[in-house]
Each structure stands twice: as structure tokens, then as C-alpha cells.
Design a protein around this ligand. Sequence first.
Ligand code: SAM
Length: 292
Amino acid sequence: MHKDIATPARTKEILDKYGFSFKKSLGQNFLIDPNILEKITGYAELDEKSGAIEIGPGIGALTEHLARKAGKVVAFEIDQRLLPVLEDTLSPYDNVTVIHSDILEADVADVISREFAGMERVAVVANLPYYVTTPILMKLLESRLPIDSMTVMMQKEVADRISASPSTKEYGSLSIAIQYYTEAETVMTVPKTVFMPQPNVASAVVRLKMRKEPPVRVEDEAFLFKVTRGSFVQRRKTILNNLQASMPDGKKRKDEIASALEAAGIDPGRRGETLTLEEFGRLADSLYPSFG
Ligand code: SAM
């Protein structure tokens, strides 16, 4: 086995060799601890029949651990300066493809069908750039890619919101959006000392297992998310107040909203943060004929 990229000494050596300077605006905090990488790739449950998609390989710290465990790895990197570095650091591995692209612009479904033919499963594994965590996750989920799981490092505060339960202060429209598509679990919190440079915020790894079926069946998914977002506009207000403010002409149509809440069996005096996903599903369907 080759010497790990993710040690402080080897990382410094690579950065020096290429005169690389970190771009904070691209969320560049590289991992320098092989034990953490072993754990992350362990949670991803990879084997030679698995394809792995990485977002933001950096200098290849996580990529090489993926290359050792998965059958094939495809990594999307936005920063052109890292391409020659990756070509060098990943040269011992013949099962890695690096694509120079912003993940938000990439046709990931097409890449999966081209690169992972014959693989039994595909997993996303990444130490995400924190400035775009939510857009990346939502893009991958909304495009309903043929993937099994996502094991991703992010800011701990976002991880807490993603895996939150109702009636906690972290629970909100992000928890609902992610939990609609996946079973979400924070599997590990990670100290700042395993990064170079160290981020200003605490980090955590979340494992998202894609659901085969949505946990609630609704008339219109986009409308469900509109209702959930609208229910959290002002957290301290009641669901009735928030829906009046967020539904079209809601102020004038208070009675219609109140009847929809009643039909869904939801007390209009409750706060959005107390509603389960199932209750939001019932509420969305009850509001849909008038507001959808
Ligand atoms: N995987 C490496 C590691 O763990 O050491 C680097 C992780 S670093 C937190 C995030 C990486 O994502 C950087 O390499 C950065 O250049 C890249 N990146 C930032 N925005 C991106 C985007 N929109 N699409 C693809 N890569 C991006």
C-alpha cells in the first residue's frame, strides 16, 4: 500500500511541491488524518462492486481511501489548480476518474450511467465544501439519482438540522426535505484538528440512506416543500399565522387555511416545528385543492 496522502507531513510536501495556496471561498479544508478517512469510508460500506462519487477531492486524501475500497471512483473538482496535483497523487490508482466541473453544473446521472456500468451500487462519499452543502445535497436528491447512500462530512450545525426530530430547535424545512428522501443519521463528530487549515466551525459526518419509497405519499411534492418552508418562516408563530403569511392571499383566506388544518387533524395553534413529516403530508394534501 502507498504512503497515505492524508498525513500532515505528506500534505505539506504536496502543497509545497505545487506552491498550492488554499482558497477559503471554495471551502478548502483538507483532511490530514487517515483514521478519520478509514472511518468515513467504513460507514459508506464499499466493496469492489461499488462505485463511489466524490465531490471535491482536493489533493486526493479521501479519494485514495475510496480507490482502495471501491471498484471505481469518480471525483468532481471545481478548482483547476488541483488537476495536475491529483494526476500525480492518484497515479498509483487505476480506478479513479477526476472530472473538472462544478458539481452543481454536472450531469451526474449521465456520469453514473457511463462510468458505473456493471457496478451493483453507487455511493456518494465526500468531505463537502461547507459553503454549498445544502445546494449540493438538494441537487443530488432532487435529481433522484440511482444511488444507495451518501456519507458526507459537513458543518456540525447543518448535520444537526438534517438529522433533527420534531419539537427540537434544530428541526425545520431542511430536516423535512432531507428526511423525505433519505434516512438521515449523524454517525460521527469530527475535531477541527484533523483538517488543514482548521475550519472555524465544528464538523460531523452524516449518513443518508436513500429511501426506496417516500415516507408519505402526497399529491404534489413541490407543494409539500412549499408548505413546510412556509410553516417555518417565523418559528415562534403558529402554523396558522405562518400559512396565512406564506400562502397566496393567505391573509384574506384565513378561513380556508383553518378548515384545511382542521381537515388534516392539526390544531391551528401548534407551531410548525411540532409537526411530523406525516402530518405535513396530510396538511399539504388538504391545502392543495385551494392553494396548490
Ligand atoms: N476531499 C478533500 C479532503 O477531504 O481533503 C478536500 C475537501 S475540501 C473540504 C472541499 C473540496 O471541494 C475542495 O477541493 C474544493 O476545491 C472543492 N469544491 C468546492 N466547491 C466545489 C464545487 N461546487 N464542485 C466541485 N468541487 C468543489
